[in-house]
Ligand binder design. Structure first.
Ligand code: CA
Ligand code: CA
Length: 393
Protein backbone atom coordinates (compact mmCIF):
# COMPACT_ATOMS: atom_id res chain seq x y z
CA UNK A 1 0.00 0.00 0.00
CA UNK A 2 1.40 3.39 -1.00
CA UNK A 3 1.57 6.11 1.49
CA UNK A 4 0.92 9.64 0.29
CA UNK A 5 3.69 12.17 0.86
CA UNK A 6 2.56 14.88 3.18
CA UNK A 7 2.30 18.40 1.64
CA UNK A 8 5.01 19.63 4.03
CA UNK A 9 7.47 16.88 3.00
CA UNK A 10 6.72 17.53 -0.70
CA UNK A 11 7.50 21.20 -0.22
CA UNK A 12 10.81 20.37 1.49
CA UNK A 13 11.76 17.98 -1.35
CA UNK A 14 10.87 20.58 -4.00
CA UNK A 15 12.92 23.25 -2.23
CA UNK A 16 15.87 20.83 -1.88
CA UNK A 17 15.70 19.98 -5.62
CA UNK A 18 15.50 23.67 -6.51
CA UNK A 19 18.50 24.51 -4.29
CA UNK A 20 20.62 21.68 -5.74
CA UNK A 21 19.64 22.65 -9.30
CA UNK A 22 20.42 26.28 -8.51
CA UNK A 23 23.83 25.37 -7.12
CA UNK A 24 24.58 23.25 -10.20
CA UNK A 25 23.61 26.08 -12.53
CA UNK A 26 25.64 28.53 -10.46
CA UNK A 27 28.67 26.22 -10.53
CA UNK A 28 28.24 25.82 -14.31
CA UNK A 29 27.98 29.54 -14.86
CA UNK A 30 31.01 30.17 -12.66
CA UNK A 31 32.97 27.63 -14.65
CA UNK A 32 33.57 25.30 -11.69
CA UNK A 33 32.18 22.22 -13.38
CA UNK A 34 32.44 23.25 -17.03
CA UNK A 35 36.21 22.92 -17.09
CA UNK A 36 36.40 19.37 -15.65
CA UNK A 37 33.68 18.24 -18.10
CA UNK A 38 35.58 19.62 -21.06
CA UNK A 39 38.83 18.26 -19.69
CA UNK A 40 37.34 14.77 -19.36
CA UNK A 41 36.67 14.59 -23.09
CA UNK A 42 39.99 16.11 -24.12
CA UNK A 43 42.44 13.77 -25.79
CA UNK A 44 44.80 16.35 -27.24
CA UNK A 45 47.06 18.71 -25.36
CA UNK A 46 48.62 21.76 -27.05
CA UNK A 47 52.17 21.81 -25.76
CA UNK A 48 53.86 24.66 -27.60
CA UNK A 49 53.17 27.43 -30.14
CA UNK A 50 55.90 29.07 -32.24
CA UNK A 51 55.69 31.80 -34.87
CA UNK A 52 58.27 31.54 -37.63
CA UNK A 53 58.62 32.56 -41.29
CA UNK A 54 54.92 33.27 -41.70
CA UNK A 55 53.75 30.06 -40.07
CA UNK A 56 52.34 29.17 -36.67
CA UNK A 57 53.77 25.84 -35.55
CA UNK A 58 51.55 24.20 -32.96
CA UNK A 59 52.89 21.16 -31.12
CA UNK A 60 50.15 18.74 -30.05
CA UNK A 61 50.27 15.46 -28.15
CA UNK A 62 47.61 12.79 -27.79
CA UNK A 63 47.31 12.05 -24.07
CA UNK A 64 44.16 9.95 -24.45
CA UNK A 65 43.84 6.21 -24.83
CA UNK A 66 42.54 6.16 -28.40
CA UNK A 67 43.55 7.65 -31.76
CA UNK A 68 42.46 11.20 -32.59
CA UNK A 69 42.07 12.75 -36.02
CA UNK A 70 42.66 16.52 -35.89
CA UNK A 71 40.84 18.19 -38.76
CA UNK A 72 40.86 21.88 -37.85
CA UNK A 73 42.88 24.52 -36.07
CA UNK A 74 41.37 27.84 -35.02
CA UNK A 75 42.44 31.17 -33.56
CA UNK A 76 39.16 32.01 -31.84
CA UNK A 77 40.05 35.56 -30.85
CA UNK A 78 40.93 36.50 -34.44
CA UNK A 79 37.96 34.54 -35.80
CA UNK A 80 40.30 32.55 -38.05
CA UNK A 81 40.07 28.84 -38.74
CA UNK A 82 42.06 26.44 -40.90
CA UNK A 83 40.90 23.13 -42.39
CA UNK A 84 43.87 20.80 -42.15
CA UNK A 85 44.52 18.97 -45.40
CA UNK A 86 45.51 16.30 -44.82
CA UNK A 87 44.13 15.90 -41.32
CA UNK A 88 46.51 14.80 -38.56
CA UNK A 89 45.96 11.33 -37.11
CA UNK A 90 47.63 10.89 -33.72
CA UNK A 91 47.82 7.55 -31.92
CA UNK A 92 47.84 7.54 -28.11
CA UNK A 93 51.12 8.98 -26.85
CA UNK A 94 52.09 10.44 -30.23
CA UNK A 95 52.95 14.09 -30.78
CA UNK A 96 53.32 16.22 -33.91
CA UNK A 97 53.57 19.81 -35.11
CA UNK A 98 50.75 21.45 -37.09
CA UNK A 99 51.89 24.33 -39.34
CA UNK A 100 49.42 26.93 -40.61
CA UNK A 101 50.29 30.07 -42.62
CA UNK A 102 49.76 33.12 -40.41
CA UNK A 103 51.24 36.57 -40.97
CA UNK A 104 51.38 37.95 -37.44
CA UNK A 105 54.07 35.69 -36.01
CA UNK A 106 55.60 38.50 -33.99
CA UNK A 107 55.69 38.99 -30.22
CA UNK A 108 52.33 38.31 -28.54
CA UNK A 109 51.56 38.31 -24.83
CA UNK A 110 49.51 35.26 -25.63
CA UNK A 111 47.68 33.63 -28.47
CA UNK A 112 44.48 31.61 -28.15
CA UNK A 113 44.76 28.39 -30.14
CA UNK A 114 42.14 25.65 -30.49
CA UNK A 115 42.37 22.29 -32.24
CA UNK A 116 39.28 20.34 -33.28
CA UNK A 117 39.06 16.60 -34.00
CA UNK A 118 36.76 14.97 -36.52
CA UNK A 119 34.59 13.83 -33.56
CA UNK A 120 34.10 17.49 -32.66
CA UNK A 121 36.29 17.31 -29.54
CA UNK A 122 38.27 20.44 -28.88
CA UNK A 123 41.35 21.37 -26.94
CA UNK A 124 42.54 24.91 -26.51
CA UNK A 125 45.08 27.04 -24.74
CA UNK A 126 46.06 30.66 -24.31
CA UNK A 127 49.81 30.72 -24.47
CA UNK A 128 52.66 33.11 -25.28
CA UNK A 129 54.62 32.24 -28.41
CA UNK A 130 57.75 30.34 -27.39
CA UNK A 131 59.51 31.70 -30.50
CA UNK A 132 58.68 34.72 -32.65
CA UNK A 133 60.14 36.63 -35.58
CA UNK A 134 61.32 40.22 -35.37
CA UNK A 135 59.33 42.46 -37.71
CA UNK A 136 61.66 43.97 -40.31
CA UNK A 137 60.94 45.51 -43.71
CA UNK A 138 63.30 46.22 -46.60
CA UNK A 139 64.19 49.89 -47.17
CA UNK A 140 64.99 51.10 -50.68
CA UNK A 141 66.73 54.45 -50.75
CA UNK A 142 68.97 56.25 -53.14
CA UNK A 143 68.27 55.56 -56.80
CA UNK A 144 69.19 51.93 -57.47
CA UNK A 145 68.74 49.87 -54.27
CA UNK A 146 67.37 46.50 -55.29
CA UNK A 147 66.69 42.87 -54.43
CA UNK A 148 67.06 40.41 -57.31
CA UNK A 149 66.01 36.81 -57.87
CA UNK A 150 66.86 34.86 -61.03
CA UNK A 151 64.37 34.01 -63.77
CA UNK A 152 62.35 30.83 -63.23
CA UNK A 153 59.49 29.16 -65.11
CA UNK A 154 57.02 29.66 -62.26
CA UNK A 155 57.77 33.42 -62.26
CA UNK A 156 56.82 33.64 -65.97
CA UNK A 157 53.14 34.55 -65.65
CA UNK A 158 50.13 35.61 -67.68
CA UNK A 159 47.79 35.50 -64.69
CA UNK A 160 49.03 36.73 -61.33
CA UNK A 161 48.53 38.65 -58.11
CA UNK A 162 51.23 40.81 -56.52
CA UNK A 163 50.54 41.67 -52.91
CA UNK A 164 52.54 43.57 -50.29
CA UNK A 165 52.69 46.36 -47.73
CA UNK A 166 54.28 49.63 -48.83
CA UNK A 167 55.31 52.78 -46.96
CA UNK A 168 56.67 55.77 -48.89
CA UNK A 169 59.27 57.76 -46.95
CA UNK A 170 60.13 60.19 -49.76
CA UNK A 171 58.95 60.73 -53.34
CA UNK A 172 62.30 62.38 -54.03
CA UNK A 173 62.25 65.00 -56.77
CA UNK A 174 58.78 63.87 -57.86
CA UNK A 175 59.21 62.30 -61.27
CA UNK A 176 59.68 58.78 -62.61
CA UNK A 177 58.58 55.42 -61.24
CA UNK A 178 59.97 52.99 -58.68
CA UNK A 179 59.25 49.27 -59.00
CA UNK A 180 57.92 47.37 -55.99
CA UNK A 181 58.23 44.41 -58.35
CA UNK A 182 59.25 44.17 -61.98
CA UNK A 183 59.88 40.92 -63.88
CA UNK A 184 62.51 42.01 -66.39
CA UNK A 185 65.58 44.21 -66.80
CA UNK A 186 63.99 47.09 -68.65
CA UNK A 187 60.79 49.05 -69.36
CA UNK A 188 57.24 48.10 -70.41
CA UNK A 189 58.44 47.17 -73.89
CA UNK A 190 59.94 43.97 -72.49
CA UNK A 191 58.98 43.39 -68.86
CA UNK A 192 56.50 40.59 -68.12
CA UNK A 193 54.66 42.41 -65.32
CA UNK A 194 55.23 45.16 -62.75
CA UNK A 195 53.85 46.90 -59.69
CA UNK A 196 55.15 50.46 -59.75
CA UNK A 197 55.06 53.52 -57.50
CA UNK A 198 54.47 56.65 -59.54
CA UNK A 199 56.78 59.19 -57.90
CA UNK A 200 55.04 62.13 -59.60
CA UNK A 201 51.39 61.26 -58.99
CA UNK A 202 51.92 59.31 -55.75
CA UNK A 203 49.82 56.37 -56.90
CA UNK A 204 50.35 52.65 -57.53
CA UNK A 205 50.37 51.17 -61.02
CA UNK A 206 49.97 47.58 -62.17
CA UNK A 207 51.33 46.89 -65.64
CA UNK A 208 52.17 44.20 -68.19
CA UNK A 209 54.16 44.08 -71.42
CA UNK A 210 53.34 46.82 -73.92
CA UNK A 211 52.58 50.50 -74.33
CA UNK A 212 49.72 51.81 -72.13
CA UNK A 213 49.16 48.36 -70.65
CA UNK A 214 48.72 49.65 -67.13
CA UNK A 215 46.22 51.17 -64.71
CA UNK A 216 46.85 53.38 -61.70
CA UNK A 217 45.14 53.67 -58.33
CA UNK A 218 42.81 56.52 -57.49
CA UNK A 219 44.30 56.37 -53.99
CA UNK A 220 47.37 58.54 -53.54
CA UNK A 221 49.77 57.15 -50.99
CA UNK A 222 50.58 59.51 -48.14
CA UNK A 223 54.18 59.71 -47.01
CA UNK A 224 54.93 57.86 -43.78
CA UNK A 225 51.90 55.54 -43.80
CA UNK A 226 51.69 51.79 -44.43
CA UNK A 227 49.32 50.66 -47.20
CA UNK A 228 48.33 47.16 -48.19
CA UNK A 229 48.40 47.07 -52.00
CA UNK A 230 47.45 44.38 -54.51
CA UNK A 231 47.86 44.32 -58.29
CA UNK A 232 46.04 41.74 -60.36
CA UNK A 233 46.72 40.79 -63.99
CA UNK A 234 44.70 38.14 -65.80
CA UNK A 235 45.03 37.29 -69.45
CA UNK A 236 42.16 35.36 -71.01
CA UNK A 237 40.36 35.26 -74.34
CA UNK A 238 42.62 37.75 -76.09
CA UNK A 239 42.50 40.56 -73.50
CA UNK A 240 43.98 41.27 -70.09
CA UNK A 241 42.10 42.25 -66.94
CA UNK A 242 43.85 44.58 -64.49
CA UNK A 243 42.80 45.46 -60.94
CA UNK A 244 44.25 47.32 -57.97
CA UNK A 245 43.15 46.86 -54.37
CA UNK A 246 44.25 49.29 -51.68
CA UNK A 247 43.71 48.32 -48.03
CA UNK A 248 41.35 45.51 -48.98
CA UNK A 249 39.08 47.66 -51.19
CA UNK A 250 38.87 47.47 -54.98
CA UNK A 251 40.44 50.76 -56.09
CA UNK A 252 40.32 50.46 -59.89
CA UNK A 253 39.88 47.80 -62.58
CA UNK A 254 39.94 47.71 -66.35
CA UNK A 255 40.43 45.31 -69.26
CA UNK A 256 43.04 46.07 -71.91
CA UNK A 257 44.20 44.49 -75.16
CA UNK A 258 47.22 42.23 -75.60
CA UNK A 259 48.83 39.86 -73.15
CA UNK A 260 51.71 39.74 -70.67
CA UNK A 261 54.86 38.36 -72.34
CA UNK A 262 57.03 36.10 -70.19
CA UNK A 263 60.79 36.58 -70.55
CA UNK A 264 64.08 35.09 -69.35
CA UNK A 265 65.13 38.02 -67.17
CA UNK A 266 65.36 38.28 -63.37
CA UNK A 267 62.70 39.62 -61.02
CA UNK A 268 63.60 42.87 -59.25
CA UNK A 269 62.28 44.75 -56.25
CA UNK A 270 63.32 48.38 -55.68
CA UNK A 271 64.92 49.10 -59.05
CA UNK A 272 65.88 47.43 -62.34
CA UNK A 273 68.12 48.70 -65.14
CA UNK A 274 65.40 51.07 -66.37
CA UNK A 275 63.52 52.20 -63.23
CA UNK A 276 66.60 53.15 -61.20
CA UNK A 277 66.45 56.91 -60.98
CA UNK A 278 65.68 59.39 -59.44
CA UNK A 279 66.30 59.26 -55.68
CA UNK A 280 63.41 57.86 -53.62
CA UNK A 281 62.94 56.18 -50.29
CA UNK A 282 60.31 53.54 -49.48
CA UNK A 283 59.69 50.38 -47.49
CA UNK A 284 58.25 47.09 -48.73
CA UNK A 285 57.12 44.23 -46.51
CA UNK A 286 55.46 40.81 -46.75
CA UNK A 287 55.65 40.60 -50.55
CA UNK A 288 53.80 37.73 -52.20
CA UNK A 289 53.29 36.72 -55.82
CA UNK A 290 50.56 34.24 -56.82
CA UNK A 291 50.03 32.55 -60.17
CA UNK A 292 46.30 33.25 -60.04
CA UNK A 293 43.76 35.97 -59.25
CA UNK A 294 42.97 36.33 -55.55
CA UNK A 295 39.41 37.13 -54.53
CA UNK A 296 38.63 40.11 -52.31
CA UNK A 297 37.85 37.70 -49.48
CA UNK A 298 41.28 36.09 -49.84
CA UNK A 299 42.93 39.52 -49.93
CA UNK A 300 41.17 40.47 -46.71
CA UNK A 301 42.05 37.14 -45.10
CA UNK A 302 45.68 37.86 -45.95
CA UNK A 303 45.42 41.28 -44.30
CA UNK A 304 44.02 39.74 -41.10
CA UNK A 305 46.86 37.22 -41.15
CA UNK A 306 45.28 34.05 -42.56
CA UNK A 307 47.58 33.73 -45.57
CA UNK A 308 46.25 31.84 -48.56
CA UNK A 309 48.97 29.60 -50.02
CA UNK A 310 47.05 28.22 -53.02
CA UNK A 311 48.97 29.41 -56.09
CA UNK A 312 51.70 31.11 -54.05
CA UNK A 313 54.97 31.24 -56.00
CA UNK A 314 57.06 33.74 -53.99
CA UNK A 315 56.85 35.05 -50.41
CA UNK A 316 59.41 37.47 -48.99
CA UNK A 317 58.87 38.33 -45.30
CA UNK A 318 61.96 40.60 -45.07
CA UNK A 319 62.36 39.64 -41.40
CA UNK A 320 66.08 38.90 -41.79
CA UNK A 321 67.06 42.41 -40.65
CA UNK A 322 70.65 41.91 -41.81
CA UNK A 323 72.75 40.05 -44.36
CA UNK A 324 72.58 39.88 -48.13
CA UNK A 325 69.74 37.40 -48.70
CA UNK A 326 65.96 37.46 -48.44
CA UNK A 327 64.42 34.05 -47.88
CA UNK A 328 61.51 32.88 -50.02
CA UNK A 329 59.33 31.24 -47.37
CA UNK A 330 56.88 29.97 -50.02
CA UNK A 331 59.13 26.93 -50.40
CA UNK A 332 59.69 27.61 -54.10
CA UNK A 333 63.33 28.62 -53.74
CA UNK A 334 63.12 32.19 -55.07
CA UNK A 335 65.46 33.65 -52.49
CA UNK A 336 66.33 37.27 -53.21
CA UNK A 337 69.81 38.78 -53.24
CA UNK A 338 70.54 42.33 -52.17
CA UNK A 339 72.54 43.96 -54.95
CA UNK A 340 76.02 44.44 -53.44
CA UNK A 341 76.50 47.55 -55.61
CA UNK A 342 73.26 49.10 -54.37
CA UNK A 343 72.25 47.27 -51.20
CA UNK A 344 68.91 48.18 -49.58
CA UNK A 345 68.72 48.76 -45.83
CA UNK A 346 66.40 47.39 -43.15
CA UNK A 347 63.68 49.13 -41.19
CA UNK A 348 60.84 48.40 -38.78
CA UNK A 349 58.36 46.14 -40.53
CA UNK A 350 54.63 45.63 -40.24
CA UNK A 351 53.28 44.00 -37.09
CA UNK A 352 50.20 44.20 -34.92
CA UNK A 353 52.05 46.85 -32.90
CA UNK A 354 51.90 49.26 -35.85
CA UNK A 355 49.07 51.81 -35.63
CA UNK A 356 48.46 51.83 -39.42
CA UNK A 357 48.01 48.04 -39.37
CA UNK A 358 45.76 48.18 -36.32
CA UNK A 359 43.60 50.91 -37.85
CA UNK A 360 43.23 48.96 -41.08
CA UNK A 361 42.24 45.71 -39.34
CA UNK A 362 39.75 47.59 -37.24
CA UNK A 363 38.27 49.47 -40.24
CA UNK A 364 37.72 46.13 -42.01
CA UNK A 365 35.86 44.86 -38.95
CA UNK A 366 38.53 42.41 -37.78
CA UNK A 367 39.34 41.95 -34.08
CA UNK A 368 42.63 43.58 -33.16
CA UNK A 369 44.63 41.66 -30.55
CA UNK A 370 45.51 43.66 -27.46
CA UNK A 371 48.64 45.70 -27.73
CA UNK A 372 51.13 44.62 -25.10
CA UNK A 373 52.21 47.43 -22.82
CA UNK A 374 55.36 47.74 -20.80
CA UNK A 375 53.58 47.18 -17.48
CA UNK A 376 52.04 43.80 -18.41
CA UNK A 377 55.32 42.79 -20.03
CA UNK A 378 57.40 43.40 -16.95
CA UNK A 379 55.09 42.58 -14.05
CA UNK A 380 53.59 39.20 -13.37
CA UNK A 381 49.81 39.21 -13.33
CA UNK A 382 49.68 38.44 -9.58
CA UNK A 383 51.65 41.57 -8.84
CA UNK A 384 49.25 43.73 -10.83
CA UNK A 385 45.96 42.44 -9.43
CA UNK A 386 46.06 43.67 -5.83
CA UNK A 387 47.32 47.17 -6.62
CA UNK A 388 43.94 48.80 -6.11
CA UNK A 389 43.29 47.10 -2.80
CA UNK A 390 46.64 47.20 -1.17
CA UNK A 391 46.10 50.23 1.05
CA UNK A 392 42.45 49.67 1.82
CA UNK A 393 41.67 49.41 5.56
CA1 CA B 1 58.55 41.74 -42.37
CA1 CA C 1 61.62 32.77 -68.07
Amino acid sequence: MRRAVSPAAAAVILIAVAVVAGLLVYAWVMGWIRWPLREASTQIVIRDVRGQDGYLRVEVVNVGDRSCNITRLALPYEGISYDLQPSLLLKPGESSVISVPYAWTYYRDKIWVRVITEDGLTSEVEIPLSYWDNPYAIRFEGSADRVITPDADDLDLIELTIECWVKILSYGSGWGKAPVVVKGNFSYTSFNYALLINLKYHDIEVAYTGNKHYIYSSTRLEVGKWYHVVGIIKYSGGSTYLAIYVNGELDYERTKSGSPQPNDQPLFSGANNYYYIPERKFLVDDLRIYNRTLTQEEIRDNIRGKITTDGLVLWWRFDEGSGGTVEDVSGNGHDGFLDPNAPPGWDTGISLEDEDVRELLSSLGFPVPLKHDLLTCLLPRAALAPLGRRHRG
